[in-house]
Design a protein around this ligand. Sequence first.
Ligand code: HEC
Length: 154
Amino acid sequence: MRAVFRASALMAVILLAACGSDPAPEPTEQIVVRESGKDAAAPASADETADSLVAAGKAAFNTCVACHVVKQGGPNRIGPNLYGVIGRAAASVDGFKYSDAMASSGIIWTKEELDSYLANPAAKVPGTTMMAGAITDAGRREAIIAYIEDASAN
Ligand code: HEC
């Protein structure tokens, strides 16, 4: 993947160099061609940025694993399996006993709804039985949601 990225970055350099009519000053200065290896300086592509967000989310999900898995066909623990939760209706995992509050919430778990639930579960769904603290850091919530999405694609 890295090799492919380097090749496409080189292509971009070549394309920019070939684009003689572009008046922008020294456009090639913005191209970052990274050496191979693991020096993760500035994220160099959208893909790599997404990868590091997912990695951060996986680490942050440590606060959820006592109660949740994100696994196709995986078990419910204290909380329901979160596999594929994005886009589905709240309280729709078979065999999990939800609170009445969650069951009647009418929520569809878009990323925005997940974000506000994680920011303050008890405020979003008064009476929820999810005893997890509010995640006040928006970046952390974004990373966790990116991880859930990624883990649900496998
Ligand atoms: C102490 C256990 C516990 C922890 C920790 C916990 N949860 Fe939960 N979670 C639950 C329970 C229990 C429910 C069901 C709530 C209800 O029915 O009101 C739930 C419900 C949910 C739901 C709704 C699922 C559905 O099918 O509608 C989401 C999304 C969720 N949790 C995400 C998370 C995330 C992300 C974390 C970590 C940041 C987390 N939870 C941490 C216990 C927990």
